[in-house]
Design a protein around this ligand. Sequence first.
Ligand code: UDP
Length: 328
Amino acid sequence: MAAYVLVTGGAGYIGAHACKALSKAGYVPVCFDNLSTGWKQAVKYGPLEEGDLADRARLDAVFAQYKPIAVMHFAALSLVGESMSNPAKYWSQNVNNALNLIEAAIASECKNFVFSSTCATYGDQDGVVLDEDTPQRPINAYGGSKRAIEDMLRDFGASHGLNSVIFRYFNVAGADPDGEVGEQHVPETHLIPLMLDAIDGKRPALTVFGSDYPTPDGTCVRDYVHVSDLVDAHVLGLRWLEHDKGNAVFCLGSGKGFSVREVIDASRAVTNRDVPIIEGERRAGDAACLVSGSRRALSDLGWAPQRSDMATMIADAWRWHQAPEYEY
Ligand code: UDP
């Protein structure tokens, strides 16, 4: 019998890459997505079940139909800036939808849950290299809502035996090296795709959000991971759940920080084109520096990132960006 995995947000950037990785590993990804920010054309590796996580009856029907062995929960609102201007949206949708999903999973005896959490749960920690044991002090509603879901998973682990792997992502970049799926958001808010738009004239310029941070060149420092490496960790996390059970947290970063200016310089080198930039104000909710190691994922899951060097991530993103499929 097919081993189905319910992938919420499977039509989005990371979810679609995860569906490909699951399919390559022998699972059948069932994409559950309301297509509010995802793309039907990105669902290529298993069935699409259109639905909203707020709709418990719809969720129950999908669990009953496929009897998935696990859930991978990607679907969420994820814009830091928006979460600062409209925190109610983040607290209500992200948290309530996750609760609905967890309850539906438990009701259908699906006890394995992989959750996409974020380094935004740490807040601003002044140059500390973050790891799984660093205290979480979110400074925006996006990070706060994700931390609440982490707490929820631990509580349901204790009360109902729900096994969970929580991945705290750092900045995800790049695209499938085979060019089958890639990154496309509307609206786009992420540094690398916006920069590629500025490079090829789709936008007039990239605005650098703040040059007065306490970092070496004054711009924010982030730790970037290739999306294909990131989703490989999810398959390893799923295997861990199938064999080990329990509740675990893993940070997924490359261990190296890049400032906004360093990312711009790397893009100039990879694309051999100029990046028109505008010096702008700080963006609300941004931490100065978010960098992590991935020691636990490397040792406990045997994770071995292959493509998470900056030049490869930009080259893969650039190839996708220039491909005809770029417009989903
Ligand atoms: N950034 C920027 N200009 C942009 C978009 C992002 O300077 O148009 C900066 C942003 O302030 C942050 C970094 O680039 O320091 C990465 O931002 P992104 O939105 O890609 O990811 P986040 O760190 O918010 O998850």
